[in-house]
Design a protein around this ligand. Structure first.
Ligand code: NAD
Ligand code: TYD
Length: 350
């Protein structure tokens, strides 16, 4: 029975990944290590918390002695590294928090894995979950491939690019068995409502303004989170050591078109008049250094490992809205307390 470490398993993507691995692989022991920052929430995992192959440990990946002890105790054979500071706007306000968790935290994990697996790298794997934002910003045409040169432009993407470089450095220098995937924007249940889609769902429910940065013409390539974690599962088990895989939805939307689609679907679901929620759209000052367009070419993943997204966007969005409408207690819990301070600081400075 092998034991696998998932970091950041109480966050958005990490909770879906933890659920998939715990339920699909009863012969794996899954240890979820999470510091439970504002973004980490054990309520994301209540359905699996009592499974016999699941253990939660509260801890911080920036704490090297803690991480080293953890590797000694559990003798992990695999690592799925999701823990990160993940919000671009927060990275603009507090870049050092991103350096600490995303860079130093990742190097702590790499170092612990290297020491723990010294002399026996066989059947071990360090899988680093990363973002397409490391590639920078596209113009109107073209796609990010695995060969696109890194060109990070926000403190968040710079910290993720740095962590990717360290992962590759450990592969080349110490022969640590690694894999990296760089994914486009995710959406789905348990997404923290500081990010565009859940923030707008929350504000539409509460009839609050929907803040659109700049002209709303920035483009993102959206992927349903369950498709992302299915891709991670495929790469973890069948991908090649030392390789990078891009994951994306071939699903580009301008922010304004996306928010209008969200308003349309929510008007129908909430029994509101057509066009009512769209009146909440409010253009606000643009994000500093706002990347224009992200778009992933996921041909390598499709050709080599047969992965394709399963959901059309309108359907995925509908499922997501239904989940938030059914789970308003979850939404209310995470938007009380400290969230209010964040929201006021972020949106009232404009
Ligand atoms: P998230 O912010 O929802 O969750 C991050 C989790 O990491 C939280 O549970 C938090 O408590 C934990 N964490 C933060 N700092 C920690 C620390 N120092 N020690 C231990 N745990 C800590 O993030 P997410 O959206 O689920 O993203 C997960 C990963 O996927 C990140 O590495 C992110 O860069 C990457 N990614 C995200 C997206 C996206 O659209 N959300 C897209 C591509 C890649
Ligand atoms: P976000 O969900 O923060 O993801 P990322 O910045 O990692 O792509 O933002 C998605 C897009 O939506 C991005 O172009 C910024 C924009 N945006 C807004 O227009 N208003 C908002 O309130 C937020 C949070 C984001």
């Amino acid at each position: 029975m092998q034991t696998i470490l998932i970091t950041g398993g109480a966050g958005f993507i990490g909770s879906h990944l933890t659920r998939l691995f715990v339920t699909k692989y009863p012969n794996y022991n899954i240890v979820n290590v999470d510091a439970l920052t504002y973004a980490g929430n054990l309520a994301n995992l209540t359905d699996i918390e009592n499974e016999p192959n699941y253990t939660f440990v509260k801890g911080d990946i920036t704490d090297a002695p803690f991480i080293n002890d953890l590797f000694s105790k559990y003798q992990f054979s695999g690592v799925l590294h999701c823990a990160a500071e993940s919000h671009v706007d927060r990275s603009i306000t507090d870049p050092l928090a991103f350096v600490r968790t995303n860079v130093i935290g990742t190097v702590n994990l790499l170092q612990a894995a290297k020491e723990s697996w010294k002399g026996n790298m066989q059947d071990k794997l360090f899988y680093h979950i990363s973002t397409d934002e490391v590639y920078g910003s596209l113009g109107d045409e073209g796609f990010f491939t695995e060969e696109t040169a890194y060109d990070p432009r926000s403190p968040y993407s710079a910290s993720k690019a740095s962590s990717d470089h360290f992962v590759r450095a450990y592969y080349h220098t110490y022969h640590l068995p690694v894999k990296i995937s760089n994914c486009s924007n995710n959406y789905g249940p348990f997404h923290f409502p500081e990010k565009l889609i859940p923030l707008c769902i929350h504000n539409i429910i509460n009839k609050k303004p929907l803040p659109i940065y700049g002209k709303g013409e920035n483009i993102r390539d959206w992927l349903f989170v369950e498709d992302h974690v299915r891709a991670i599962d495929t790469i973890f088990h069948n991908g090649k050591i030392g390789e990078t895989y891009n994951i994306g939805g071939h699903n580009e939307w301008t922010n304004i078109a996306l928010v209008k689609e969200l308003c349309k679907q929510m008007d129908q679901k909430l029994g509101r008049a057509e066009g009512e929620s769209a009146q909440l759209i409010t253009y606000v000052t643009d994000r500093a250094g706002h990347d224009l367009r992200y778009a992933i070419d996921a041909t390598k993943l499709k050709n080599e490992l047969g992965w394709l997204p399963s959901l059309q966007f309108e359907e995925g969005l509908s499922k997501t809205i239904d989940w938030y409408l059914k789970n308003q207690e979850w939404l209310n819990n995470v938007t009380s307390g400290g969230y209010q301070n964040y929201y006021e600081a972020q949106y009232n400075k404009r």
